[in-house]
Write a protein that binds this ligand. Sequence first.
Ligand SMILES: [Zn+2]
Ligand SMILES: [Zn+2]
Ligand SMILES: [Zn+2]
Length: 157
Amino acid sequence: MRAARTDTARLTAAFRRLGCRDTVPRRKITELVAGMDGSFTVESVSRGLPGIGRATVYRTIRLLVAAGALCRLSMPDGTPAYSVARTRHHHHHAVCVRCGAVDPFDSPEIERALQSAGERIAGEVVGHLMEFYVNCRACASEASAAAERAPGEGKAT
Ligand SMILES: [Zn+2]
Ligand SMILES: [Zn+2]
Ligand SMILES: [Zn+2]
């Protein structure tokens, strides 16, 4: 299990760095997202907090992204999703397309390749975004187990 309490403290500290007040809705949102293991969306956080407006959830998440406490992920269909930042250093993510699990990674090889590609781009490169979309280990083994079960399915009484 993740140390959600540590993440809550880190996210709360991020607000303080930004000079934001630690309001009750913000605290609730912070506690909820700190306990999230994988990726989440504004909608999924809103569903978990029916008493708090969607706009408040959105603004709070945006503040946490600005503070570097949350990462903004790009899902294959373009939906913005978020995850708790496990590191403040530049990194990328492997995102499971089935369950939304997020694995941060950094790769000097990728950075070198992107940098040399950037040298051929007209204009000044100010950033890049790159995610790997994966079937995580748990989902891949679940899928192969389901495939093995499938032939006998429906025959049991
Ligand atoms: Zn990240
Ligand atoms: Zn998965
Ligand atoms: Zn990079």
